[in-house]
Design a protein around this ligand. Sequence first.
Ligand SMILES: [Zn+2]
Length: 468
Amino acid sequence: MKKLIDFDKIFNHHDKYKEKEINQERITYKEVHNLIQRYKKSNLFNVEKAGESIEMKEIYSLTIGNGSRKILVWSQMHGDEPTATAALFDLFNFFCDKDEYDFFRKEILRNLQILFIPMLNPDGAEKHNRENKISLDINRDSLKRVSPEAKVLWKAALTFNPEFAFNLHDQNCYYTAGRIKKTSAISMLAPPYNYNNSINPARTKSMQLIASINKNISRYIPGQIARYKDDHEPRSFGDAFIGNGISSLLIESGFIIGDNKKEVIRKLNFMALISAFNSIITADYEQMNENEYYSIPENETLLFDLLLRNLHTSANGKDFKIDLGINREKKYQKETGTFFYKGKIAAIGDLENYFGIEEHNLSSHTVKPGSVFNCEYKSLPSANEIINLLKNGYCSLKLDPFSITFLFVERPINVVPSYIKYEPLITVDEFANLSIFHHNEIKFIVVNGFFSPVENYPNSILNGVVIS
Ligand SMILES: [Zn+2]
């Protein structure tokens, strides 16, 4: 392995370069805008306005280096996928520092010219939405380029003419790295440029570079690097760039159990880019081949947030044994600056070959839909009263609609406006509100996808919603 730096050392030093002004869970346009002003003053970066979003927020580009090998890197074309943007600002801090890695920095500046576009979709980022202001997915707009953001990216590629392009995203947390119970922490793809999944020289280089990154960073997360599914999408930028001879790489920030804020994933992104630059300068990737790329396990959707196994359910007087897979959709509420969850039943049946981030084997238990307490409350009842409702199998209560000024409830109970008829069901796509019995005695309860023994349901997680 050809290395200009000690990867293990820099992995352990990441914290030194970590941009403390931003939190990788959510990054606002204002934060990026403020940080960019700092780099405008640096003579290391050439900071330019690459264009603007529909809401006229500036989209910035930062260029570094004078080398002949050109690399285009962009992040957050999906506004709710900020992890890589944080990693880019860590990387900028790394470039500005002076320490034992000076030789590597010098080699980067001498050999490479890198154009960064952090946060291509500032309007989406502001609302923590995937799409832009007019709900258009920028990564489905590479052909028609209706959105100003797609125009910015296309123009950057056209005028800069990069050899490599890095397209940085976040994937959902339900992927495993192959058919094993290990989450996909980072997944990468050399996108196909046609439906035949053909390989051209540009794609071969992308595959080689991915294999090289995998070789260099997989020891930090053994068995948790995956290959993103290679379905061709002609409207996405990676596919279009490869078709035009640019070696494009998709890097998706995944999930590691316990790393809910994605701090480790942010560091792995940083390492993936450091390793890629090293590999391009040293030509390390040229030693790799397609087989090494294809030997990276493919992303599989085998995970649920909560998997309840071997439950009994009955219908028409007959008994059935089922598994329940439940996912909690993360929603951002701008008014309070917090995330809350909508927990829904994602799958019912034989889930033996699936995994849960949280799992419970509930054989000899019976599941029933959580009930709705039908008397109208004028305001949210006390914590004790809520615990009492849970103990009696109630997961939702009815509230005077004029007292509902919120979208989620901090306490473990769902709220239904009293004029709404809500009939809980155990069906795919329904809210996950369940009561679980053992010999006719209620033992566990699931409120909005959160599982707990009924005796000690925690009362402070953001786990009730308004069902309307
Ligand atoms: Zn994305």
